[in-house]
Each structure stands twice: as structure tokens, then as C-alpha cells.
Ligand binder design. Structure first.
Ligand code: DGL
Length: 261
């Protein structure tokens, strides 16, 4: 394995940074490409057919250009719809992101769990299957929100995001399950709003899959060589996004170079 071969993180926008953060903490020397499909954003309002075609095709292009050692689809929407197709299309190991329903069920006392994702993610059979296998005795309340995705993008673009706006976006889910004690953040954008969600709903624990994914990446790259010092990470956008994350926000995740394709 070439030590300079990067790990490539992929999302529709800035959400995958919530997965990149814990991964960098465990693998500080890893070269990183962070690819955001700003031309296709937001994914949550797209159809299954569109994403099943778009995501593998883009990943093939990124793999040809950047020669990653591993690809992380740091997006629940893309993973729950297109993970199998992406794996079939590319000869590089791919780690996906799936809603953390299993740990949520292990933690819930009230047995009422919220699954907060995009509209596309919460309707996936993949979610039905996780709920059946790991949370059969729980009431699962699903809620899809594009508004929260937009708020997370705005926050990383430097806007002040208000707790009231975040509360308004999440409230319908909590109203549908008043005994809820755990919510699964089933969209990688949402941990970027963890503080605002906690301020709005202090009694409900939040669970996401990022730490587990980071451990999985460490496992899959065990024994591989890395550079002595990580080169500057590169943030790649498929078109100039409507709101670009601030340089400081990207630098906080080790992304010092910007590339618009
Ligand atoms: N970050 C993405 C996810 O985890 C999708 C956000 C969007 O583009 O709608 O589902």
C-alpha cells in the first residue's frame, strides 16, 4: 500500500465532516480527500433511482482521480440506497454509514426511539430491517428533515444557527413520541448541530454512528503504512456550492486545500 494513498470521504455536503472528525482523531497521519457532491445536494429529496445511479458513478470518477485506499460513504442517504451498487462498481473497500438503531435500542429505557434522518433515509427498507432486527420491542418514530441539513450547512458557512430553528425542525418527531429518550442522528449533517439539539431537547440522548465508523476504518487499514506527517487534506466540491464552508471550519478538520471540479 502506497503510504500516500488517501482515505476518501464522500457526502452530498459538509455532513461527512462529522465522520471525518473522529477518524482523524484515531488516524492523525492519514491523507484525506473529502468529496462533497454539491452539484447533487441535497440528497434527501432525491429519488432512489437517481442516487443509485449518481453515487456509484461519482465514486468511480473520484477513485480514478485520487486512488484512495478506502472510501467512506459518510452519508446515510447514499449508503442506505447505493452502498451495494457502489461496492459492485469499485474495486476499493467501501465503508458505509447506517442509522445507529442498534446502540439506541441498547440504551433506551422508555423503548421509544426517534430516527432523525433525511426524507429519503427514513423511508428505506434498510431502516425497517434494522428496526426489526435490533429494536423489535421499541416504538420507532421516524422523521425526515431537509431543514436541519440546510441549517448544518449554514452553520459551517459561518451563520449563527438558532436553537429555536433547530427545535422547530425536530419538534414534530418528539411530539409523535413524547416518551422518547434516545434519538438516532441518522444523517451525518445532524451531529454538526449536536449542541443546538441538546439545548432544545436536553432530556433526549443523541446517538450517531461516527465513532463506530472510525473504529471500523482503523480495523480495515490495520498494518498499512502512512506518511510520517499527514499532507494537507483536500476538500473537493462537484460544483461551487451555494454556501461554501468557511476556511476555518474546513481547517478544523485538517482540510487546507480546496478544489472545485
Ligand atoms: N449527509 C447526508 C446523510 O447523511 C444527506 C444530506 C442531504 O444531502 O440531504 O443522509
Amino acid at each position: 500500500m502506497d503510504p500516500s494513498a488517501p482515505i476518501l470521504f464522500f457526502d452530498s455536503g459538509v455532513g461527512g465532516l462529522s465522520v471525518l472528525g473522529p477518524t482523524r482523531a484515531l488516524l492523525p497521519q492519514a491523507p484525506i480527500i473529502y468529496a462533497a457532491d454539491s452539484a447533487g445536494f441535497p440528497y434527501g429529496t432525491r429519488s432512489e433511482a437517481e442516487l443509485a445511479e449518481r453515487v456509484p458513478a461519482l465514486l468511480v470518477k473520484f477513485a480514478e482521480r485520487f486512488h484512495p485506499r478506502l472510501i467512506v460513504i459518510a452519508c446515510n442517504t447514499a449508503s442506505t440506497i447505493a452502498l451495494d451498487q457502489a461496492r459492485a462498481a469499485i474495486d476499493v473497500p467501501i465503508v458505509g454509514t447506517v442509522p445507529a438503531i442498534k446502540p439506541a435500542a441498547q440504551q433506551s429505557i422508555s423503548r421509544v426511539i426517534g430516527v432523525l434522518g433525511t426524507e429519503a433515509t427514513v423511508r428505506q427498507p434498510y431502516v425497517d430491517d434494522l428496526a426489526r432486527r435490533f429494536a423489535g420491542d421499541c416504538t420507532i418514530v421516524r422523521h425526515g428533515s431537509t431543514e436541519l441539513v440546510t441549517l448544518a450547512e449554514a452553520k459551517l458557512a459561518g451563520d449563527d444557527v438558532s436553537v429555536d430553528d433547530v427545535r422547530a425542525a425536530v419538534q414534530p418527531m418528539v411530539d409523535a413520541g413524547p416518551d422518547m429518550d434516545v434519538m438516532v442522528l441518522a444523517c451525518t449533517h445532524f451531529p454538526l448541530l449536536a449542541d443546538e439539539i441538546a439545548a432544545a431537547f436536553p432530556a433526549i440522548a443523541q446517538i450517531d454512528g461516527a465513532a463506530g465508523i472510525a473504529r471500523r476504518i482503523v480495523h480495515l487499514t490495520a498494518g498499512q503504512r502512512w506518511p510520517a506527517v499527514a499532507p494537507p487534506g483536500i476538500a473537493v466540491f462537484t460544483k461551487s456550492p451555494r454556501r461554501l464552508p468557511t476556511r476555518a471550519a474546513l481547517a478544523g478538520f485538517g482540510l487546507d486545500q480546496l478544489l472545485i471540479l
